[in-house]
Design a protein around this ligand. Structure first.
Ligand code: SF4
Ligand code: FE
Length: 509
């Protein structure tokens, strides 16, 4: 891998570490020469760089002491060995959402290796493999350089009704196409990969439960982002070309998210970086643990929501309507909804439990509830923000007109809100609301909230699996007097995973 092989200590080091890599990235039908200098790509790099800067501004929140190197590294590289570690990830995510107003792209990898950490441990214990020690060696290397690790899970999937091995074209799921003594070669494609171009390494994982005929698809491994055979095709975001125009109309000129399609054509994974190879029985466990981790990572949206609530309150003030009670009522409603995301996310973390590996796993039920809220709440908050912004949020003239030597003066006059508010400031807040509800960051705040870490139906399936209706029916029958003969103590043994964790009392020894 072409790296400078120096430890990354801040955002600037990080941006420099991405320069001069030999990546094959297509955007608008052209190869991108240097992504760090591309006006559409750079805001996504800035957002990720902020994770490094936060680690300096607030080391307790943004970093940890590495158990491998004894030095401070990003909290995004931490293996969680307590529920508090999980909670601190969430607090860091909220803070970064507040600071960037967008997706900072670093959680997928973090969630991937935390879940892999426990799954590889259990695989080794059951099967006598050595994946877990490889995993630790890999993490040690990531800690040495303080790298960004991305996670690549979602396959393009082809015909959704068919298993990977049944697809007319097997490349619909990433799979092993060749083996040598040194490692394996994989082909296929991963869709909408967050922050992939901004990562130093990508952990490739299966996307769903696999069967015994899907062995070649049961591959987990780490590849450098600039590995030979990878092609990135950049995902468009609405209004993305505004980043090439100026700093006002884009709404958030500094920060943006990033998704791309990643195509693998015989990409080599050396044996040391392979963490699953053919053990299809463990694919479902990995997917389940990863999605649990990632679904409570969506507290990031409460940080982004803080920015949108702030923008809505600011525009009301600039318009001279901060006093009416219905405005305050909307802000309270937005806050209540936003805190619901945060509350369920950190609750899943606080209820985290220790796996055999020592790595903590968040509570699956509450993590799914968090993510299901995220599929709805940002849309509600976005609706109220647009309500408060007024129609101008979608009919504003352009930055060029605002700055025009003749008509600019007219716009300065006629776009004025309260007399003491600068017109350009008012336009900027409106553009930010547009950016988050309809523009570049609506990708992250709205559509990504809907589909990231699995679409709403995926969360509903998990919640249905864990809702323990038999237990709840029994409670109702006993209390209503139907089942007075039953042994009430049996209730304890009837409880499944969710309630047994809810009622578990930790006693201090
Ligand atoms: Fe992290 Fe949120 Fe972006 Fe996912 S959407 S990578 S959880 S910031
Ligand atoms: Fe995501």
């Amino acid at each position: 891998m072409q790296q400078n092989h120096k430890k990354i200590n801040n955002g600037e080091d990080y941006i420099n570490s991405l320069k001069n890599r030999d990546l094959k990235i297509y955007l608008f039908g052209e190869l991108v020469k240097e992504p760090t200098e591309h006006p559409i790509i750079r805001p996504s790099i800035n957002a990720l760089a902020k994770t490094y800067d936060l680690a300096i501004e607030n080391p307790e929140l943004g970093s940890v002491i590495s158990p491998f190197t004894g030095e401070r590294v990003s909290r995004f590289l931490n293996i969680c060995t307590s529920a508090n570690d999980l909670v601190l990830q969430n607090k860091m995510q909220r803070k970064l959402g507040q600071l960037t107003g967008t997706c900072f792209q670093r959680c997928v990898g973090m969630d991937a290796f935390n879940s892999l950490y426990s799954v590889t441990y259990e695989m080794d214990e059951d099967l006598g493999t050595t994946y877990h020690s490889r995993m630790k060696e890999f993490l040690k290397e990531m800690h040495q350089y303080n790298y960004v690790v991305g996670g690549a899970m979602t396959d393009v999937k082809g015909d959704r009704s068919l298993a990977p091995h049944q697809q007319a074209d097997r490349d619909m799921f990433v799979h092993v196409v060749k083996r040598t003594k040194e490692g394996v070669y994989i082909s296929g494609a991963k869709a909408h990969q967050t922050g992939c171009i901004n990562s130093h390494y990508l952990i490739v994982m299966p996307t769903m439960r696999l069967g015994d005929k899907d062995k070649e698809f049961a591959i987990v491994g780490a590849v450098p982002g600039d590995a030979k055979g990878i092609t990135y095709i950049y995902g468009r975001q609405s209004c993305d070309t505004r980043s090439m125009e100026g700093s006002i109309d884009v709404g958030n000129a500094m920060y943006g998210g990033q998704e791309a399609m990643v195509i693998f054509e015989e990409v080599f994974i050396p044996s040391d970086y392979i963490f699953m190879d053919g053990e299809y029985e463990y694919a479902a466990l990995l997917v389940e643990r990863f999605t649990t981790y990632h679904r409570r990572s969506y507290v990031c949206k409460s940080g982004v929501g803080d920015v949108l609530i702030g923008a809505a309150a600011a525009i009301a003030e600039m318009n001279g309507v901060s006093k009416p009670s219905h405005i305050n009522d909307k802000l309270v409603e937005m806050t209540h909804l936003n805190e619901t995301i945060f509350a369920t996310g950190i609750a899943a973390s606080y209820q985290g439990y220790e796996t055999k590996s020592g790595c903590f796993q968040p509570d699956e039920m509450i993590a799914n509830v968090c993510k299901l809220h995220v599929t709805k709440i940002p849309f509600d908050i976005g609706r109220m923000a647009q309500d408060m912004a007024g129609g101008l949020v979608s009919t504003l003239p352009s930055e060029q007109d605002l700055n025009h030597p003749e008509i600019g003066k007219l716009l300065q006059k006629y776009l004025k809100g309260k007399a003491d508010v600068n017109t350009e400031d008012r336009v900027r807040i409106l553009r930010l609301i547009e950016n988050m509800c309809m523009g570049r960051n609506a990708v992250g705040y709205l559509t990504e909230s809907m589909h990231g870490a699995g679409s709403p139906q995926a969360q509903k399936i998990q919640i249905a699996r864990m809702m323990e209706l038999e237990y709840k029916k029994r409670l109702a029958k006993i209390i209503s007097g139907i089942d007075i003969e039953g042994d009430k103590n049996e209730l304890v043994s009837e409880m499944g995973g969710y309630f047994s964790r809810v009622f578990k009392i930790e006693t201090e020894s």
